[in-house]
Design a binder for this molecule. Structure first.
Ligand code: ADP
Ligand code: MG
Length: 961
């Protein structure tokens, strides 16, 4: 082992340039860097080993601030570089810089590269084992950045009483790339674990450890050097009102580690202070060797130049100033060979005998002093020589055991300890420290346990809160569901009543249909009757026609007989002219008179014939009118028949639809039963829930399941209720609309019917009046004409008779006067009788004609009388048919609407059932795979290679402590 040499801590100050924000805010650059090692802020001057100006490059900083340490580490010394300063003062920039950037990379990558460069240029016989560890200290807990599963590592002391992080991952590396890989892994792990990296990095210390072991293959000389590269947390005070999200705990802990560092440095700076509180924090324990121990240490104090940060900058500079006073004792960490140990042992043994002799001499001298003798100066034992030697031995002790300050310079006044006692003390101390370590271990284990318990408690509390909330929500939901249940029951009742109403309506409608079918039957009967009446009227018409024909024939006969009579009259007249009158009168004038009389007769007869003919024609016209009316009536009848058939068909279809409605009603009732069952089920579930409510707080899963169930049921219920409500409202609307439509239709129907009846009545009256009037007019005219003709003819005949009588009288008188007394009374008498006979014949003919005429007129009148009756009947049937049609229409519409409503309802219920089923299926528990953060790739821990200086010798590493 090499001899220890005192070496001060190097403190390097680096001032970064003003950043863009500070420049924007108008901050001033306050530090004044007068020389290479002097900086003054606010009039106070600080001196350091070196002060780097803002313009200094990373390369310059490295070469003058950190490069020498590489050589030290490779020579078996321990080294430490750490950066201190407030957040954003440039610590990370100095330690890491921009990785992978030749210009901007910081100290760590440069050191790594240099170490390997050194090794490559060293003696061939040297074999190196390099391993790196990377961890961060946050809230006084050490988290391994190369293995995220290690989050609370403990600090132990090795056999040389040097603290180390127990269980930290040590990754063997054989090239700079592997080191950078390790750094990258650590950084990514660090990023994964936290949400806000900037905040986190400013509150945690990151420690990168490089351990270099070398062995000379020839001499077996082994050296090992440890290099700690530490990026400390921001030195600014983290107050209670500090950055957002800072818990008081966190603030205390961050302050704790940094204030422990300050205390350690203060204690080391104070020569009077014997105790250095390394054990106050994990950071100071790890840095124990670096501060006042066996390490070459460089501290970079990073400063912000902004006037805004002046107080922080000052405190940083003060820290650096204090740290500068620390003196370390550095020795090479060498593992000695057996021969070396033997040599040293001999040396120490020799020293021991020397000391023993000296001691004996000193005791003799003391004896003499006690006896009251005086010892001359020459005889006195020189103890100064001894103390120097003692110092030497103590240094050996520190090397063999521990480098803690043993305060071997015990005051002269104190009772001197024997070597045995000292050994005992030492052993006790070691034991105590071991115990302390154990306790530390226990404490860390307990803290992890406590943490986990706290987490569990927090989880449990959250669970309890959640379950309480769930419970409350469930209770509220239960209450709501109960109210909903009640309302649903009411609604179900309403639905039932509505159904009953529907059933009633259905019954009414079926009754209506029955009555309508009865009406149809009666109508058909009436129709049959009417048919029979029509037949009879047709037969009557036939008979009338026949009688008409008969009349015509008779008229013709009469005409013929008349003509014949006329002929006879003519013959008689000729005879009279030839036999009686001519010889008697011999006058042409009388003959002419007779002719004129005859012509008059003829004209009279002609006029009579004409009038008869016209009368006949009018009769024929009326007959044709009657037949056309009859045809119309038939057509109407046939249309009525058709309508009747249609109605019957409609009635049948209505009956079918009514059956369908009945079926639907039954289905609905079934559904209502099912709903009632469900309600009962829900109640049962409620009971179950209420009984299990007490257990709810302890059984979160049950409550969750229950909530799920309740949710399901509630949703189902809600849906069902909504659908039922919708249906009800829709039905109500439909009913209302139906009622309205029905009322409207019935009103309009009534109006129309009334109008129709009125019109019909008016029409009938008018037609009857017209017919009557025309009849009367005709009759009157005919009668007038007849009468006139008859009067004329009678008057003419009478006149002619009178004339004839006069002529006859005159003839008789003249005959009496002129001739002899030949009076042929008999012949004259016979002539008058013939005339009388003719007249009587004519008169009887006339009577017959008038009788026939009268009969015809009567028949016509009868027919005319019967026509309105028939028309009335027809109208009645038409009205009936119309009524039936409208009733049928209404019934059909109602049935259609009912059917639609039922369809609607059935659809809704189907939907509800489907949705319920879907909801049931949808609420099945989802099994999701939980995603967990923090499972990084497996790290290669076992594969390690030995590097040999200059050559390519590869050897497995020796067993590590
Ligand atoms: P800290 O780690 O102390 O919180 P950083 O090292 O992250 O601070 O620095 C904060 C910012 O300032 C970074 O963007 C960095 O690049 C910049 N910076 C720090 N020091 C310097 C410097 N000497 N020259 C240029 N930029 C710097
Ligand atoms: Mg930083």
């Amino acid at each position: 082992m090499a001899e220890g040499g005192e070496c001060g801590v190097r403190v390097l100050c680096r001032v970064r340039p003003l950043n863009a924000l500070e420049e924007k805010a108008g901050s001033k650059f306050i530090p004044k860097i007068s020389k290479d090692d002097t900086i003054s802020v606010g009039g106070k001057v600080f001196m350091f080993d070196k002060v780097f100006k803002p313009t200094c490059t990373q390369e310059e900083v490295y070469s003058s601030g950190a490069k020498p340490i590489v050589g030290d580490v490779l020579s078996g010394y321990n080294g430490t570089i750490f950066a201190y300063g407030q957040t954003s003062s440039g610590k990370t920039h100095t330690m890491e810089g921009v990785l992978g950037d030749d210009k901007l990379q910081g100290i760590i990558p440069r050191i790594v590269a240099d170490i390997f460069q050194y090794i490559y240029n060293m003696d061939e016989n040297l074999e190196f084992h390099i391993k790196v560890s990377y961890f961060e200290i946050y809230m006084d807990k050490i988290r391994d950045l190369l293995d995220v599963t290690k989050f609370n590592l403990a600090v132990h002391e090795d056999k040389n009483r040097v603290p180390y992080v127990k269980g930290a991952t040590e990754r063997f590396v054989s090239s700079p790339e592997e080191v950078f890989e390790a750094i990258d892994d650590g950084k990514s792990n660090r990023h994964v674990a936290v949400t806000n990296m900037n905040e986190h990095s400013s509150r945690s210390h990151s420690v990168f450890l490089i351990q270099v072991k070398q062995e000379n293959v020839e001499t077996q000389k082994k050296l090992c050097g440890k290099l700690y590269l530490v990026d400390l947390a921001g030195s600014e005070k983290v107050g209670k009102t500090g950055a957002e999200g800072t818990t008081l705990d966190e603030a205390k802990n961050i302050n704790k580690s940094l204030s422990a560092l300050g205390n350690v440095i203060a204690a080391l700076a104070d020569e009077n202070k014997a105790h250095v509180p390394y054990r106050d924090s994990k950071l100071t324990r790890i840095l124990q060797e670096s501060l006042g121990g066996n390490a070459r240490t460089s501290i970079f104090i990073c400063c912000s130049p902004a006037s805004y940060n002046e107080p922080e900058t000052k405190s940083t500079l003060l820290f650096g100033q204090r740290a500068k006073t620390i003196k370390n004792v550095v020795t090479v960490n060498e593992e000695l060979t057996a021969e070396e140990w033997k040599r040293r042992y001999e040396k120490e043994k020799e020293k021991c005998t020397r000391f023993r002799g000296k001691l004996e001499r000193a005791e003799q001298e003391l004896e003499r002093w006690r006896k009251g003798e005086k010892v001359s100066a020459d005889e006195q034992v020189n103890l100064r020589d001894t103390s120097e030697n003692m110092k030497e031995s103590s240094s050996l002790q520190t090397l063999s055991s521990a480098p803690f300050p043993t305060s071997a310079t015990t005051a002269a006044g104190a009772v001197p300890l024997t070597s045995e006692e000292r050994m005992q003390y030492e052993q006790e101390k070691i034991k105590l420290y071991e115990q302390l370590d154990e306790k530390d271990d226990e404490i860390s284990a307990k803290t992890t346990e406590v943490e986990s318990f706290k987490e569990q408690v927090a989880d449990q509390e959250e669970l309890i809160l959640a379950s309480k909330r769930d419970c409350d929500a469930l209770q509220a939901e239960i209450a709501r569901i109960q109210t909903e249940n009640d309302s649903a029951k009411d609604e179900v009742k309403e639905v039932l009543t509505a159904l009953e109403e529907l059933a009633m309506n259905y019954d009414q409608k079926s009754q209506e249909a029955e009555t309508r079918s009865k009406e149809v039957e009666t109508l058909s009967e009436e129709l049959q009757q009417k048919m029979s009446t029509l037949n009879t009227s047709e037969s009557e018409l036939q008979t009338l026609r026949e009688s008409n024909l008969h009349q015509k024939k008779r008229n013709l006969e009469m005409m013929i007989s008349l003509i014949r009579d006329l002929g006879e009259i003519g013959v008689v007249l000729e005879k009279a002219d030839a036999g009686l009158v001519k010889p008697v009168l011999g006058n042409t004038e009388t003959i002419e008179e007779d002719f004129t009389v005859a012509r008059l007769y003829i004209s009279k007869l002609k006029s009579e014939v004409k009038s008869l003919f016209t009368h006949n024609q009018t009769l024929e016209n009326t007959l044709s009118d009657n037949s056309s009316q009859l045809d119309e009536m038939r057509q109407q009848f046939s249309s009525a028949e058709l309508a009747k058939q249609q109605h019957e068909a409609k009635i049948q279809s209505l009956g079918g639809s009514m059956k369908e409605n009945e079926n639907k009603r039954r289905q609905l009732e079934d559904q209502i039963d099912a709903l009632n069952e469900e309600v009962a089920k829900l109640r049962a579930q409620e009971h179950v829930f209420t009984s299990k409510e007490a257990e709810a707080s302890s059984t979160g899963a049950l409550s969750e399941a229950l909530t799920q169930q309740m949710e399901e049921h509630r949703k189902e219920h809600q849906k069902h209720l909504n659908s039922l409500r919708d249906e009800l409202s829709a039905k109500q609307e439909v009913i209302n609309s139906l009622k309205d439509a029905n009322q409207k239709v019935s009103l309009s129907n009534e109006k129309l019917q009334a109008d129709f009846e009125k019109l019909k009545g008016e029409e009938a009256e008018k037609s009857a009046m017209l017919a009557e009037l025309s009849l009367q007019i005709d009759r009157r005219e005919q009668a007038k004409q007849d009468l006139k003709g008859l009067e004329e003819t009678v008057a003419k005949e009478l006149q002619t008779l009178n004339n004839l009588r006069k002529l006859f009288v005159q003839d008789l008188q003249s005959r009496v006067k002129k001739s002899s007394q030949k009076i042929e009374d008999d012949e004259d008498l016979g002539g008058t009788t013939a005339q009388k006979q003719k007249i009587s014949f004519l008169e009887s003919n006339l009577d017959q004609l008038t009788k026939v005429h009268k009969q015809l007129v009567r028949d016509n009148a009868d027919l005319r009388c019967e026509l309105p009756k028939l028309e009335k009947r027809l109208r009645a049937t038409v009205e009936r048919v119309k009524q039936l049609e409208t009733a049928l229409k209404e019934a059909k519409e109602g049935a259609m609407k009912d059917r639609k409503r039922y369809q609607h309802e059935v659809d809704r219920i189907k939907d509800a059932v489907r949705q319920r089923n879907a909801a049931r299926r949808g609420h099945a528990p989802n099994i999701a795979k939980p995603i967990r953060a923090g499972h990084g790739p497996v790290q290669q821990q076992s594969t390690s290679t030995g590097i040999r200086g200059g050559g390519a010798n590869v050897r497995p590493p020796g067993v590590d402590a």
